[in-house]
Design a protein. Structure first.
Length: 188
């Protein structure tokens, strides 16, 4: 599993506040879907991510409101202990600026995902309705910032730094140390 790490860079100053991060799916939570229940098992996204499908980031699953995509590198996906994590570098468009403002205000605070189901386990919830647990996803289609997420544990936040896995050289470590020192003195 890859982890997403923060790296401070001078070039990122122009992109501050233009990256969204969050979880489009969460493990161990139940969503009410079409009269039944649904859950996502840990590992359900592993094969889809390893395959490297071209996944898009959208606003409310609307393909006309494209925010980024994996094939261009503007969308990055990972699986962590919570679920399917994402980061998307937003375009300089009117609808993306609207998304930034809605996330900043807290009006948009959830996410979702579009997929083709793979394998699942069927059972029943205590109330007798069907419970479907997705154990694998055949194809991941999109991650979306949404107004009304099916899974209440999903999240989206506005990030101020870009994230990539990189080995920190000595200069980067010094820059990060200075940044932490300045931030700490401002917060006192």
């Amino acid at each position: 599993m890859n982890r997403l790490f923060a790296e401070l860079r001078g070039a990122d100053v122009t992109r501050q506040g233009r990256t969204l991060a969050g979880h489009a799916a969460v493990f161990g939570q139940v969503a009410e879907i079409r009269g039944g229940y649904e859950a996502i098992a840990p590992g359900a996204f592993d094969a889809a991510l390893e395959r490297g499908d071209d996944v898009v980031a959208l606003r409310d699953h609307d393909a006309s409101l494209l925010l980024g995509r994996t094939s261009s590198g503007t969308l990055r996906l990972d699986v962590d202990d919570v679920g399917l994590a994402f980061q998307v570098d937003l375009p300089d468009t009117e609808y993306a600026r609207t998304v930034v403002e809605l996330v900043r205000r807290g009006d948009l605070n959830g996410a979702s995902f579009g997929f083709l189901p793979g394998t699942d386990a069927l059972g029943h919830a205590p109330d007798g309705r069907q419970m479907r647990t997705h154990t694998s996803v055949a194809r991941l289609v999109d991650v979306s910032v949404v107004s009304m997420p099916a899974y209440p544990g999903t999240d989206v936040v506005l990030r101020h730094l870009t994230f990539e896995r990189r080995a920190y050289d000595r200069r980067t470590q010094l820059i990060l140390a200075r940044h932490r020192a300045r931030t700490a003195t401002r917060e006192v």
